[in-house]
Ligand binder design. Structure first.
Ligand SMILES: [Zn+2]
Length: 249
């Protein structure tokens, strides 16, 4: 793997040093990385920009510095997993703000239900990742409050790599078994608390589904690791192994 990364470094140009310095200043998660992981993220971000199309929509325009910052944030969850985490999709669509999505579903009785969802991010199993620029900026302004929409959506992409969006990314077999057991137990406990109408320290959105639980806990790993450790120590340990130590540890 190391040899492959070295080859990668030769074939794809590294980001402009001034733009990378700007990214380190603007994005607190990057600024907090040690030298070795900073270099790894820089290489991953270059690979991201080489392989993905970033498409701003409506009134939004993104310059090279902002594209690099986006790419680097999307690569934070890949620091340990590696560049193969980018597999299976090609487009990052960025809306200026939260966006409305029309949903429809035909129920068992054949009745069509339609509704609108307002989203700040979205990731389909093999389609594009969609992010709201305003929400990225809010994450950057308050990086320690448990939110990072870029990490959330990329966690979904990692989850989907094994063909099932179920809260378990591809892992070695023994680890996958332990992960599934520990995550299920933590998810069930959170869902019971939410169902009982009690407040939870972890965002109750995590109780929507196992895949949301994984994505939301991934946000805490990067933006409030102390809370995750206090509330869900087993989940925190798996995520620390999967993502490497949180930049804010
Ligand atoms: Zn989600």
């Amino acid at each position: 793997m190391r040899g492959w990364l070295t080859r990668l470094r030769r074939s794809i140009p590294e980001p402009d040093p001034d733009l990378w310095l700007e990214a380190r200043t603007r994005v607190p998660w990057i600024g907090a990385l040690d030298t070795e992981r900073d270099a790894r993220l820089r290489t991953l971000a270059a690979r991201f920009l080489h392989r993905k199309t970033i498409t701003p929509v409506a009134t939004l325009a993104l310059d090279d510095a902002q594209r690099l910052q986006l790419a680097a944030m999307c690569c934070l969850p890949l620091l340990e997993f590696g560049v193969q985490g980018l597999h299976g999709w090609s487009q990052l669509i960025v809306y200026p703000d939260a966006f409305r999505v029309n949903r429809s579903h035909v129920d068992a009785a054949g009745v069509l239900h339609e509704w609108d969802d307002e989203l700040i991010g979205e990731a389909w199993e093999s389609g594009p990742v969609v992010l709201s620029w305003a929400d990225i900026q809010a994450d950057l302004a308050s990086p320690r409050e448990g939110f990072c929409v870029a990490v959330h959506e990329i966690a979904h992409k990692l989850d989907a790599l094994d063909g099932a969006l179920d809260g378990t990314p591809p892992l070695p077999r023994d680890w996958q078994r332990a992960w599934a057991r520990d995550f299920q137990r933590a998810y069930d406990a959170l869902a019971r608390t939410v169902d009982a109408g009690r407040d939870t320290a972890i965002d109750s959105y995590a109780a929507e589904a196992p895949e949301e639980f994984f994505a939301v806990c991934s946000e805490y790993h990067f933006s409030d690791p102390a809370l995750l450790q206090a509330e869900l120590p087993e989940v925190a340990a798996h995520l620390r192994r999967f993502y490497g130590p949180s930049p804010f540890e």
